[in-house]
Design a protein around this ligand. Sequence first.
Ligand SMILES: [Zn+2]
Length: 217
Amino acid sequence: MSTRRQAISPAVKARVTESYGTGCWLRFPGCTGRADTLDHLLPYSKGGTDSVRNLRPACRHCNSLRADRLIQGRGVEVHVLMSSPRIGMTWGKGAPAMVLDFERMLGVVSERHGLDDDAWSVAEAMWKGAAARALRIRQAMPLVLCPPATIAAGQWREWLRLGYDIEVTDARSTRDMRCDRELKALVAWMRSGVSMRGVERAVRARDDDWRRMGLVF
Ligand SMILES: [Zn+2]
């Protein structure tokens, strides 16, 4: 018995192109723009079908980078709180949520031996692993990501295109650096130029794209 899924029919492909054009709907960093694949809004692995309603044009790069992560409002609710490494943001809202807080992980890891580069690396790896898994499961409750600045700087554009709700603190801190890794994180954060205004601009562009793609929440 073959476990391979059936190919999407040419008629469905033609109707997706007719409805949504030939541009990639995901537009992650590195997007080639040319939609040579079809992306499932609700991933196939999570019960999504090959219907025109569930398919959008996407380039191969973005489609494979997205994998089976869910889109905000379609099975997940993700909040991302980002700041320079020396500020740290906390989830102040009362609603129950699964919170992945890098600073807290760093606190636990460095409790006995102090905060150094090794503690930072371990906490960063822990955060990355936990987030990768959490983002691939269907959440019963909101997921709150408080990422390390290095990961936030590199991934916020991708998260934004998945519809996650992103909040940035632009405040500056005068607190001393705790280790070299933190200094590197600060440099990555500054170089990325991420700001609340930048995020708001990108959200407007994304929402325009989503309207064209028939996705208005
Ligand atoms: Zn793309």
